[in-house]
Ligand binder design. Sequence first.
Ligand SMILES: Cc1ncc(COP(=O)(O)O)c(C=O)c1O
Length: 496
Amino acid sequence: MKRSRFQDVSLGVGPRERPPSRWLAEELRSAIIEGRLARGARLPSSRDLARQYGLARGTVVGVFEHLRSEGYVVGKVGAGTFVSTNLPDQRPLTWRDRINPGARRTSVGLSARGRQMSRTCFPREPVAQIAVPFRAYQPDLDAFPLALWSRLAARRQRLARRALLGVGDPRGYRPLREAVAAYLGSARGVTCDADQILIVSSVQQALDLAARLLLDPGEPAWIEDPAYPGARLVLEAAGVKLVPVPADAHGIDVAAGRRVCPRARLAYVTPAHQVPLGGRLSLERRFALLEWAYSQGAWIFEDDYDSEFRYDGPPFAALKGLDGGGAVLYCGSFSKMLFPALRLAYLVVPPALVDGFAAARSLVDRFPPVLGQAVLCDFITEGHFARHVRAMRELYGSRLAVLRGGVRKLSGMLELAPESAGLDIVGWLPAEINDRVAVAAAAQHGVEVRAVSQYAVKRPAPSGLVLGFAAVNATEIDTGLGQLAAALREVMERHP
Ligand SMILES: Cc1ncc(COP(=O)(O)O)c(C=O)c1O
């Protein structure tokens, strides 16, 4: 095959096990949109591409045809197929452009594990910390009481004693663990001792430790389908065999999991607010999940990342609160409740696992930064945390109401899911609209949204957009909806 820019481009990033034509179309489209395939670059012939990826030639021809109809490629008679120089999605650089989409350039010389790890996205340049409608997973950073936090931090620094400057406990600063235990008991229905809590940097770190400590490479774990990509990637990187289990409006379908892989060693779930669909795991399924775990000796990893934010009533108690048998590892993060740069989260493990987790934490990272934990501890014990969460619940709830009201203008193009929780919500698109094309069109209009299809693990996900609403005010929501409407209108005109 004649050498072309194409050979530098890795296909295969993102959900696998999709129908081949969908896989190829989505991978090529993403490579073009993200600039990994340069404008004007010549694609290999359909025959070469089919051979390279083990596809039927007709599949490749069909995909080329489809991308041609969307304007991503052009065919030149006798010369082949080229990336269009005039893309349908030309737009200003956005946050998504500046992340490394797991390109092959990072994987030169890496081990198989390293290659797996390098498939994750990371910011190539500093991400502009501006409130963009509808960037997902963003708390409102302007609403954080920074002056108060600074006072607490200054006081701690002034009074810092040997205990705060020397080597810390791998499980975390004991007074913070006590404060977190008290908070979990009163707010999340989780009764635990401070000794069962590990302070970690993030849900991500907790899941990485759990996967490596509890599963041997190749052992199976259930993952919701669709799922939070951060969880999927970290489990894969740990060598876990992922078993996608369908999730719907009531969370993970436990009966389906039992049918597909009853002997899985672990289940990763988001019971309070399923990512990305937004549903809550029903009580019936909560009991079914626990029963399954007890009968199989399996673990459940409960990711309770944004459960404080429920706007139609008090937050629903955590699954961990029902866990009489000690199968649930419960994890929460201050990333959403306070601010992501804090890098502090907590993991509650059954007593028998405490020493193993503490030793592993000590091995990979010694202990979490002590001063930051001490400031957070003061913030919680002096009542500021509860006050801030209460205020944010009110603020974000009012913003969701604004979004709901405004989205009526997009009737026939976007329909919001009924959930009333979290920092994000799904808006469903008409089935014939490709959500990734909609994402690209929205970016062209200055709006950031995520495609539900990007969360698919195995099953094709319905076409939809994940919209973050918490970090933008009413005016920005209104403007953003106008921009999104214009983008969706364009996409629909292209796909009548
Ligand atoms: C389901 C889920 N868990 C965890 C996180 C992030 O938490 P952390 O920053 O603590 O890893 C996110 C962030 O978006 C998320 O969606």
